[in-house]
Design a protein around this ligand. Structure first.
Ligand SMILES: CC(C)(COP(=O)(O)OP(=O)(O)OC[C@H]1O[C@@H](n2cnc3c(N)ncnc32)[C@H](O)[C@@H]1OP(=O)(O)O)[C@@H](O)C(=O)NCCC(=O)NCCS
Length: 170
């Protein structure tokens, strides 16, 4: 029902519309505009149905407070599917493709903030037991990690920092 492909020049307005509709606010759509072309490496994929873009996901580089120079860690955000087509698998296809593409650009592990019920199906697990946190321990319940390469997070720990476009949010 859906195709997933890399975002292309000319997709920007449709991606903005999709993220705005998915979240019911422009914050995430504007975040994508701020990150696009300004962070490297990055993954930006769209889900299409016919000619229409109906979903989008972005993966940006993150660092650790203990390793400000880390270049092998990604943060998946935002992920959005237009409300009319939610629950039909587009989100799942986007996440799976984003993880594969993340590996392709050199991310060895991916973090995200989201529902453990939703992301657990892709292999994400709580990050706090491994010693990784987002901003404060108040986020531990929703902060998750997935190693794309076994052992990528071994011997590491710290607070995960997203790129400046998140403005301390994310
Ligand atoms: C979250 C989102 C991207 C999922 O995309 P989707 O195409 O609807 O998801 P899929 O069709 O692949 O999967 C549907 C399943 O996810 C579940 N699901 C969707 N959103 C969920 C959420 N926020 N929490 C828990 N489960 C959720 C559905 O209940 C459904 O479960 P089932 O398979 O057991 O029936 C989409 O619902 C969305 O855009 N939501 C608004 C924006 C948002 O919250 N983004 C994620 C922020 S981390």
């Amino acid at each position: 029902m859906f195709e997933v492909r890399t975002e292309r020049p000319g997709d920007e307005a449709a991606v903005f519309t999709v993220q705005n509709a998915a979240f019911g606010q422009t914050d995430e759509a504007r975040l994508v505009d701020a990150m696009r072309g300004s962070v490297e490496p990055a993954v930006s994929l769209v889900a299409t149905r016919g000619d229409a873009i109906v979903g989008h996901v972005f993966v940006s580089p993150v660092t650790l407070d203990t390793e400000p120079g880390a270049t092998d860690l990604g943060g998946l955000a935002p992920l959005g599917v237009v409300p009319d087509l939610q629950g039909r698998g587009a989100g799942g296809e986007l996440v799976r493709a984003a993880l594969e593409a993340s590996q392709g650009v050199g991310f060895r592990a991916v973090f995200l903030l989201g529902s453990p019920v939703y992301y657990g199906r892709f292999g994400f697990e709580p990050a706090a037991p491994l010693g990784f946190h987002y901003q404060s321990e108040a986020f531990d319940e929703h902060f998750q990690q997935l190693e794309l390469e076994p052992g990528a997070l071994s011997g590491r720990a710290g607070f995960v920092r997203y790129c400046a476009a998140f403005g301390g949010g994310g």
